[in-house]
Write a protein that binds this ligand. Structure first.
Ligand SMILES: NC(=O)c1ccc[n+]([C@@H]2O[C@H](COP(=O)([O-])OP(=O)(O)OC[C@H]3O[C@@H](n4cnc5c(N)ncnc54)[C@H](OP(=O)(O)O)[C@@H]3O)[C@@H](O)[C@H]2O)c1
Length: 267
């Protein structure tokens, strides 16, 4: 693991973050969150729309809030000015904290009043309830418009899907964000757990994994982390998977492995 600067804030985050969507076992998730913080994965990603997740995170970080970097998100259906302020207040209550570190608009919908959402983000920053603001699932063009509207404040993050079969951000979003000083976070590195196990390409990943004595999940993370300035957000509620995912960045793929991955999972 290594650290990545959040936008141009000077704040450094681990390049692995723990997600909280689709929690099956709250007690196991709480244990995994606490283990993650202890192991240096102190960035926890959640959202108001993840069922039960903010409460579970809030419970898990009780007593260790000061060691955690917390990201949560407002849903577009709440994203009017007053709606965003109220949504943030409700998230803070569920999370049991006075502030979130990073607050994102979860995605853009046609009727999302973006000017209002961003005005609310400014208010929340001024009130000290939010440290930094960003967006999620925004294209370059949407991001540019949002940046324009948010000036003189800066959006510091765009959280987008990034996995072996969806590497399109490498073509446009990532180069743009590097120039603009915006950190990209990549979510669902393991396709939300829906691994395409029967595909010949996945068998190829398994072969590479076997040669390195690693799991195929480790090969996926190691390969994606070659974009060294991306934050990769995976979800697990098992401490052994958390440990495995952290260890996944400790080794080097061989040039021929990389060439095979590039040929079979082209952006
Ligand atoms: N902004 C957005 O619109 C958006 C959208 C989707 C996701 N996200 C964020 O990104 C996070 C991660 O994405 P995701 O939840 O979609 O899925 P993911 O991280 O791609 O996959 C999670 C699945 O992988 C399994 N897993 C993780 N590590 C493993 C390992 N080493 N070995 C075997 N299985 C492993 C987990 O099972 P176990 O729990 O059993 O380990 C779980 O079933 C979310 O939780 C959320 O915080 C954001």
């Amino acid at each position: 693991m290594w650290t990545v600067e959040l936008g141009r804030t000077g704040v450094r985050l681990p390049n692995l973050a723990l997600g909280t969507w689709n929690i099956r076992d709250p007690a196991a998730m709480r244990e995994t969150i606490r283990a993650a913080v202890d192991l240096g994965v102190f960035h926890i990603d959640t959202a108001e729309i993840y069922p039960g997740a903010e409460e579970i995170v809030g419970h898990a970080i009780r007593g260790i809030r000061d060691r955690v970097f917390l990201t949560t998100k407002v849903a577009p259906q709440h994203a009017t000015y007053t709606g965003t302020l109220a949504a943030c207040e409700a998230s803070l209550r569920r999370l049991g904290t006075d502030f979130v570190d990073l607050y994102l608009l979860h995605w853009l919908e046609r009727d999302t009043p973006l000017e209002e959402t961003l005005r609310a983000f400014r208010t929340l920053i001024e009130q000290g309830k939010v440290r930094f603001a960003g967006v999620s699932n925004f294209s370059v063009r949407e991001l540019q418009r949002a940046q324009e509207l948010f000036r003189p404040y800066a959006l510091v993050n765009d959280q987008v899907e990034y996995n072996l079969t969806n590497r399109r951000i490498e073509r446009d979003l990532l180069p743009y964000c590097r120039e603009a000083g915006i950190t990209v976070s990549g979510y669902s590195p393991f396709w939300e757990g829906r691994i395409p196990r029967r595909s010949p390409r996945w068998r190829g990943v398994e072969r590479i994994a076997a040669r390195h004595g690693r799991s195929p999940y480790s090969i996926v993370l190691n390969f994606l982390a070659r974009q060294r300035d991306i934050v990769l957000i995976f979800k697990t509620e098992r401490v052994e998977h958390l440990q495995e995912n952290i260890a996944a960045l400790d080794f080097m793929l061989d040039p021929e492995d990389i060439a095979w991955m590039e040929a079979n999972f082209a952006p």
